[in-house]
Each structure stands twice: as structure tokens, then as C-alpha cells.
Design a protein around this ligand. Sequence first.
Ligand SMILES: Cc1ncc(COP(=O)(O)O)c(C=O)c1O
Length: 361
Amino acid sequence: MTLTSDKMRFWSPEVRELEPYVPGEQPKIQNLLKLNTNENPYPPSPKVVAAVQAVLSNNADALRLYPDPDATVLKQAIAHQQNVNIDQVFVGNGSDEVLAHIFKAFFIQKEPVLYADITYSFYPVYSQFFATQTKQIPLNEKFEIDVSDYTQENGGIIITNPNAPTSIALGLDQIEQVLKANPDRVVLIDEAYVDFGAESAVALVNQYENLVVCQTTSKSRSLAGLRVGFAIAQSHLIAALEAVKNSFNSYPIDRFAIAAAVASFEDQEYFETQCQKVIESREHLVSDLTALGFEVLPSKANFIFATHPQHDAALLAQQLRDQGIIVRYFNKPRINQYLRITIGTDEQNQRLVDTLKTQVL
Ligand SMILES: Cc1ncc(COP(=O)(O)O)c(C=O)c1O
């Protein structure tokens, strides 16, 4: 909506200056193949669906009463699955909300928070929202994070692992270098995509008092529609996140989300099988696209980042869209010749490859 400056006078000066995040498109096109927002192509565990249905059938008060503000059963399920104590778990309404609380709880406003120049585009939005100084650290020429760049003075650090949209993962030895170099600052590892083949820094949480790991159920657990994210850290950091949360919204996770996420964490076998399927489809798609002349960065995520030396990326995205296939294109310096493509089922990936072969390239 375009507002006249007359109507904008009601907006606070800070809100007038905001540049909000623009989510990937959720278009309503028939026979659409949506490979643009890194959702999982498979449904969640059948046990998740049953658990949601049971909320209403087992509890006549399910809608009338507030949910548990601490989502204790969910924290227990996550603690069990992640092999940590319950006081090391924080849950929020999607990891985007958890990230917001992390900004508020830990990052020092007047010193720059360090994150990569090419990474999740919500970080600059939160930086502006929380009036946090930032310094963007360029990825190297291979689009990798060089951890030796994260030793300079800072008010906190964000490492996205695997990084988005580049899909490349760091090893835990490199994460440890960052943690050791910054003992008095919180280091956030955003692991939205870690379950598709990268190593999780949750294994380091008990060793490092400055480490917060953030994960989501949106990608590897097929629950983007539910909005459940979580953080794992030592209990002194979780206590700060609880203080922020209880100063903002005491009930961020509703009963349906609690029940569904618990069922998902309890069905470890389904989770592992589904992640493996996506990983195998990714490898297959990478080899098919490489055969078509694409250069694909080494991915440990449920998406790939690809460029074609002979074809303009913006044009490719438009041509695919004309055929009902939506991929993500970022018109930004350094990456404006790349496409971010979410891994679909084998059939969906085949449609992408066939369309490229017969209609586009
Ligand atoms: C790197 C990264 N972090 C966090 C999120 C947020 O995930 P959600 O709010 O669905 O948990 C995303 C979503 O795309 C992401 O790419």
C-alpha cells in the first residue's frame, strides 16, 4: 500500500524508516512447482497429523484455555532428541522469532554484529529493528565463510551453517575457532538447514558458554506451516531468552503447534528417512544440472545455489516461471547470476530438468 506522508504522520519515526523482510512468494498458479522457499516437498510424519487431531478430540478446553507458556512437553521432547537438559532449550514462534529474541538478549547495540555479506536477509532487518550496529564480512571468492575474519572487535556474531543462500557448510573445527576467539561475545549459529548433511554445533554447547544454536522445524521436519523454532545453549543464555520472551509474548506456541512438534521430535525414524531422501534427491539434481552446464556450489542444505555461464539468471528464473516453476532469484551484488533452487521430490526435480532441457536452455 502506498501511503501519503500526511497519513504516515501517525507512524513512529523509527517505523517510518523500517525496511521490512520480503518473504518468498506464495503464488496461486495452477500446476505450480514451488521451489522458491526451501519448504520440504514431503508431508510431516503421520503421527504429527494424528497428534494435531487429538488435541481437539481429547481436550474440550483446548481452545478455551491458554496453552502452557513454557511449552514444557515440547522442550522435553527437544531436549531428549538433542541430548541436552530441558533448561538448555528455548522455543519460539518459528526460528525467526527466536532470532529476534537473540538479537535483543545478546547483541551489544553500539558494537557491530558480524555476519556474512551474503546470508539470510532477515539479519539486516532485525539489526535495523533493534538498532544494532552491523558489519558485513565478505564471503571469499568461492562463497565460503572465512572464520579468520571473525576475530575483530564485535558486539556479537552470526554464522549461518549451512549458509543461505549459498548452501555451503563449515565444519565444527571452524565454528570452534570463532567461539574461542570471542569468549566475551555470544556467537549464534543459525542451523535452519543443518539436518541435510552438515554437523550441528549443539555438540559444542556444553563446552562453550558463549554459544547459541538456533534450529527450526520448518525445513527438515516439514512444519513450515506450524511456526516452531528453537535454540539450544547453556542455561544462563536460555534464561536471558526467557526474560525477553516474557516481556514480549508469553504464549508464542499454541496447543496445536506444541502437540505437532512433540510428535515430530518423537518420530526420529521418519525424520531421518525423510532427510536422507532429500539429500539423495539433491545429489541427483546436482548431477543433472551439472550435465546441463550449470555450476552448482557444494550444498549441505535442502536447496542448491547454481549459475549457468551461458544464461542470464534473471532470465532463467522468468522463463521457468512462464512454465509454472518458481525458483528464487536475488537481484543483489555478487549473486545476481545465481538461482536458489529448493530440492523437490525426484519427480519434481525431473520436471525442472526436463523443462530446462526442452523449453529454456
Ligand atoms: C537461515 C535461516 N534462518 C532462519 C529461517 C527462519 O525459519 P523459520 O522462521 O521458518 O523457523 C530461515 C527461513 O528461511 C532461514 O533461511
